[in-house]
Design a protein around this ligand. Sequence first.
Ligand code: GDP
Ligand code: MN
Length: 390
Amino acid sequence: MDIHEYQAKEILAGFGVPIPRGGLAYSPEQAGYRARELGGDAWVVKAQIHSGGRGEAGGVKLCRSEEEVRDYAATLFGKQLVTKQTGPAGKGVYRVWVEAASDIAQELYLGFVLDRKSERIMIVASAAGGMEIEDLAHDDPDSLRRMVIDPAVGLAEFQARELAFSLGLSGGQAAQMVTMLRACYRAYRDLDAVMVEINPLVLTHGGELVALDAKMSFDTNALFRRAHVAELRDRSQEDARESTAADNGLAYVGLDGDIGCIINGAGLAMATMDMIKLSGGEPANFLDIGGGASPERVVQAFRTVLADRNVAVVLVNIFAGINRCDWVAEGVVQAYRCEGLTVPVVVRLAGTNVEEGRRIIDQSGLPLITADTLADAAAKAVAARSRQAA
Ligand code: GDP
Ligand code: MN
């Protein structure tokens, strides 16, 4: 789960990371008041969306007066901000963060990620910050420093110092960096984060290290024990199809193909996608309807899959253990009758109550295409798709 920059900053500040003074606004007027409260003569106004790349996309601006803060905020509110990371639909701006501008001498990069190879938290840092890590890895890979943390020991002081020195910091700044690194590590570990990124981490002309931007992402499987993190969820920033699907107990991930998939079990869903590809087709989505799926949940699965306009065929593949083929079949028939289906549907059922399930499909009188095996189902789906295209 992602959170907003201002939320990440507040969390990190609580662990001892220095951040610029700032305030949140829900309207242009409030943004103006925030600037006045903060004082000074320069502020940075930042669109709060779950995405990086806001600077380049016009979502971050340095303003020199209270009026400018208000007017710029007015252009942001309600806008769908499109960045390199959001996709063409962009993300809606409903909150704006106003902070006292910093005078930047140098921009550094600092990230904490889960390294799956070593199964440990890894620090990635660079003395050349500001740009996105992907670009940095491409344009200036030699500047990247990586350090893996032993979970039994935690981030040792000497390790943090070594990293600080390798970034060219010394004296008081190296000491600040050590404090910063240890604070980020504790925040990551104590809150079940999967990512902490400070980009840029700046060195001001006054010689202070400050987190100018902050991003945090959390392990959704651990949210049950992190109530304070869970409540930071902002549904306005999520893919509506994926979050509605999740609310209905469906694990859905949209893909680029045109064969819609309704499957039970994550493993079978992956295998089915492989079989579709092997037969020369492209899956439109991953969808796991889960165990004990009622006919209603199957209908909901059809709605979710068909909301994707690219879907030309639907493939239902059920190997029922906890599930019941007759319930799934009833769901398929209901979806066909009530959702005004216009695309071919291939159904393969196996397992619990399969005879009853097949009987419901056969007696429905609907033009459903039935299949016996997974390979057969994938081949029939691809064939039906080719007929549609012809
Ligand atoms: P992102 O593009 O979504 O990652 O947003 P950032 O928060 O990283 O802001 C983008 C860029 O705006 C930064 O790399 C900085 O160069 C610039 N910026 C942000 N805050 C300030 C500030 O307080 N002062 C100055 N001069 N520039 C800033
Ligand atoms: Mn940034």
